[in-house]
Design a protein around this ligand. Structure first.
Ligand SMILES: NC(=O)c1ccc[n+]([C@@H]2O[C@H](COP(=O)([O-])OP(=O)(O)OC[C@H]3O[C@@H](n4cnc5c(N)ncnc54)[C@H](OP(=O)(O)O)[C@@H]3O)[C@@H](O)[C@H]2O)c1
Length: 242
């Protein structure tokens, strides 16, 4: 038995991650499981999540897989009920979509734009609202949302990508407000840019691979304190300007 398997269940830090079927979400599950965390891994279609199910099967039940489309309120309730009174140290709002890749001026698609708002902004908030009691009863009390440098107004020097930029900017606004509103509960809420990562979303030309991005994000998450709440953090820990 590996040393991490011997950690008693009630001594494990606990993370709930959205969008664990592939990309950064899957890699977060792999690394947090490896580090001995209790992982609630959520994804839209557990039956098809082959790599994720493999990690869960090898985990001595420390990784469990739960069906969750974050835009589906009923499924959010079911996940909350599956968690019960388990404290959630870290809510990792990872799931996201590009909506309409490189949406250009004159070619934006309203339906896809609204769907991207639902997933990248509204659903992120609904996850926080639903999980707040579980996070509040934990030791670490942390909410991390995966955002993007593309949402920065001041760093936008190339235009286009209206759908992704605006929906991730909405997420930033949500994180700022939640950081203020949840401070009395000692809950830190931050948004992090994972770098330009080789996933289905980032594409093959991206700069770093998912294991590297997640390793660095986890190191950064380890350092976050309540004093950082409301920050827009780059992978290297520096602030990204709004
Ligand atoms: N890759 C980059 O360079 C980059 C840069 C900046 C920010 N980010 C952010 O990092 C996060 C992860 O990105 P990624 O590169 O891993 O993307 P990805 O490879 O496209 O994976 C996205 C994941 O989100 C899930 N998802 C999408 N809509 C969902 C919904 N409604 N409910 C639940 N899950 C949903 C997908 O599930 P299915 O498998 O079922 O489709 C998939 O598992 C995103 O928020 C993204 O915006 C990525």
């Amino acid at each position: 038995m590996a040393l991490k398997d011997a950690i008693p269940a009630d001594m494990r830090d606990t993370v709930l991650i959205t969008g664990c079927n592939r990309g950064l979400g899957l890699e977060f599950v792999r690394q947090y499981a490896q580090a001995g965390w209790r992982v609630f891994a959520t994804c839209r279609n557990p039956e098809q999540a082959i790599a994720l199910n493999r990690i869960a099967s090898a985990s001595q039940k420390h990784v469990t897989v739960h069906r969750l489309d974050i835009a589906n309120r009923k499924q959010i309730k079911e996940v909350v009920s599956a968690i019960g009174d388990t404290p959630i140290d870290l809510l990792l709002n990872n799931a996201g979509i590009d909506g309409q890749r490189n949406a250009q001026f004159g070619a934006t698609d309203e339906a896809r734009w609204l769907e991207a708002f639902r997933v990248n902004a509204v659903a992120q908030m609904k996850m926080m609202e639903a999980l707040i009691d579980s996070v509040a009863r934990s030791k670490k009390r942390m909410i991390v949302c995966l955002g993007s440098k593309m949402a920065s107004m001041s760093e936008n020097n190339s235009g286009s990508s209206y759908v992704y930029r605006s929906t991730k900017a909405a997420l930033n606004a949500i994180v700022r407000s939640a950081a203020i509103d949840l401070r009395p509960k000692d809950i830190a809420v931050v948004v992090m840019h994972p770098g330009w990562v080789k996933t289905d979303m980032g594409g093959v030309n991206a700069q770093i691979d998912a294991p590297d991005s997640v390793r660095r994000l986890r190191e950064l998450i380890d350092k976050v304190t309540l004093a950082d709440s409301g920050k827009f953090l780059n992978l290297d820990g520096t602030l990204i300007t709004w």
